[in-house]
Design a protein around this ligand. Structure first.
Ligand code: GLY
Length: 411
C-alpha cells in the first residue's frame, strides 16, 4: 500500500518536475514539487533552537534594545533600539513565547515577559502599519500562550491605532508615511501589510467590535484585486489615489525591480491569505491562498529556499532569503489543514516539511556558527543592506512553524 503510494508520488514528481514555466517569454525550470523521504526531526529542531536561546538570551541584557540581525560570518546579534519606527521589536519576545509554549519552561516565560512589557507604549503608534508586526508576536502571543490576559487592553488599543490608517475611499490601510518614503506622494499599501490584519481580527474576536474585522476583510479584498498579477505573483508597493482609490502605480522598495517578484512579498501574501481564510471562513480567500501558493512553489529552486527575488539572474547572484522560506513554511502548514482535497493537503504539508528540512540543515542553520536559528536571509539587497545575514524575523517564523507542526502532530 505504502509502496503504491510512493510510486504514485514519484510519478507525480516526475510529471511536475518536467514542466517549464514561462514568464516574460523566459522559460524557467520548475523544481521538484514533492519530497517523499523526509529527514526532518522536529524534536531536534526544537532542541537546537533552545540551545541557541540559551546562548543568546544571557547576552541580550539591555531591554531598551532588541536583536535585529547577525552580519555575514559574525556570531552575535547586532541590537537596535526599541524604536517606534522600527518594525522588529516584537520578534525576539515572540520567539521566547513560542519557546515557552514548546517547553513549558518558566524561564522562557520570564524572559518573554520582561522583553514584551518594555514597549507597551508602542500601542499608540499611528505613524505606520507595522504596529501589527510589533505588538502581536509580543503581546498577542503573551495573551494566547502565556495566559497574560492583562495584555488585552494593550492589544485593543494597538488595533485602534492601526485602524486609524484605514482609508475607506481606497479600501486599504496606508502602510507607510510619504515623509519616510518620498518616492510616493499618495496612499501607499505594501503586500507585507497583510500580516498586520491578524491584530485587527484578534481585536474583533476579543470584544473590540466588528469594525476591525470589517477593515481587515476590505483590505484583503482590495489587495486581492490590485496587488497581484494574473499568474498569482504580487508586486511589493501599490500607490493609490487617496481620494478616488484608483491605482496610480505598482512598484517595489525591497525587490529587484518594480515589476519583479520579491520573494518575501510572495511569502507575506501566502501567509496573509491563509490567515484571512482562518478568520473569515470565506472560501474565496482559501482559493486565493492556494492560487498564490501554487505560483510560488513552481518558482522555487531545488532546496525550496528562494533567492531574495525570483527575477534576479541566479547565474550571477545566489543570495537566498531564508526568512521568506520560514514565513511560507509556517503559512503552508496552516494551509495544509484547511484544504479539502487530500492531495493538496499532502502537497502543502510535504512542501512545508521540505522547507523546514532545508532550513534546519547545516546549509541554513546557525547552530555552531552563530547565535541565530537560521542564516542566509536577505532584508533589502536592492537598498544595499542586510545581505546574506541572519534576521530576527526569519527565526520568529521558523519557531512559529515548529510550534504549528508540533500542534499538528499532537492533535
Ligand atoms: N515588512 C518588512 C519586510 O518584509 O522587510
Amino acid at each position: 500500500m505504502i509502496n503504491m503510494r510512493l510510486v504514485l508520488v514519484a510519478l507525480l514528481v516526475c510529471l511536475i518536475g518536467c514542466k517549464d514555466v514561462e514568464k516574460n517569454g523566459v522559460k524557467e525550470s520548475a523544481p521538484e514539487m514533492l519530497s517523499v523521504d523526509h529527514q526532518f526531526s522536529l524534536e531536534k529542531a526544537i532542541s537546537d533552537c533552545e540551545s541557541q536561546l540559551e546562548i543568546s538570551a544571557p547576552k541580550l541584557t539591555n531591554l531598551a534594545l532588541h536583536p535585529r540581525l547577525i552580519e555575514t560570518n559574525k556570531k552575535e546579534w547586532k541590537e537596535i533600539k526599541n524604536d517606534r519606527l522600527m518594525w522588529t521589536s516584537g520578534f525576539y519576545p515572540g520567539i521566547l513565547w513560542y519557546m515557552y509554549n514548546l517547553t513549558k519552561n518558566e524561564k522562557w516565560k520570564k524572559e518573554a515577559i520582561k522583553r514584551t512589557e518594555v514597549f507597551e507604549d508602542f500601542k499608540t503608534i499611528t505613524e505606520h502599519h507595522d504596529i501589527g508586526f510589533m505588538m502581536y508576536p509580543a503581546f498577542g502571543l503573551g495573551f494566547e500562550l502565556g495566559d497574560k490576559k492583562e495584555y488585552k487592553d494593550i492589544l485593543l488599543t494597538s488595533a485602534a491605532s492601526l485602524a486609524t490608517r484605514f482609508n475607506p475611499k481606497v479600501g486599504t490601510i496606508k502602510s507607510w508615511s510619504n515623509k519616510m518614503h518620498p518616492r510616493w506622494k499618495q496612499h501607499i499599501t505594501i503586500i507585507d501589510n497583510m500580516l498586520n490584519l491578524e491584530l485587527l481580527f484578534w481585536a474583533s474576536n476579543h470584544g473590540g467590535g466588528p469594525i476591525y474585522k470589517d477593515i481587515a476583510i476590505k483590505h484583503a479584498e482590495t489587495t486581492m484585486n490590485n496587488h497581484f498579477r494574473e499568474d498569482g505573483t504580487s508586486w511589493h508597493v501599490i500607490e493609490y489615489d487617496s481620494i478616488t482609490g484608483e491605482v496610480l502605480n505598482r512598484n517595489t522598495k525591497q525587490g529587484y525591480a518594480d515589476d519583479s517578484r520579491w520573494s518575501r512579498g510572495q511569502a507575506w501574501g501566502i501567509y496573509g491569505y491563509t490567515m484571512v481564510y482562518r478568520e473569515t471562513g470565506d472560501k474565496k480567500f482559501l482559493d486565493f491562498a492556494q492560487k498564490i501558493t501554487d505560483a510560488y512553489l513552481k518558482l522555487l529552486p531545488a532546496d525550496y529556499i528562494p533567492h531574495w527575488d525570483f527575477d534576479i539572474d541566479t547565474t550571477k547572484d545566489n543570495d537566498r532569503d531564508a526568512s521568506a522560506a520560514a514565513v511560507v513554511a509556517s503559512g503552508l502548514l496552516e494551509l495544509s489543514t484547511y484544504v479539502e482535497d487530500e492531495k493538496d493537503q499532502e502537497r502543502y504539508y510535504d512542501a512545508a516539511i521540505k522547507m523546514l528540512e532545508s532550513l534546519s540543515s547545516p546549509a541554513y542553520a546557525g547552530l555552531g556558527k552563530s547565535d541565530s536559528f537560521l542564516l542566509h536571509s536577505t532584508g533589502a539587497k536592492s537598498l544595499g543592506h542586510e545581505i546574506d545575514v541572519a534576521l530576527i524575523y526569519a527565526d520568529y517564523y521558523y519557531i512559529e512553524a515548529l510550534n504549528r507542526l508540533k500542534k499538528m502532530k499532537t492533535n
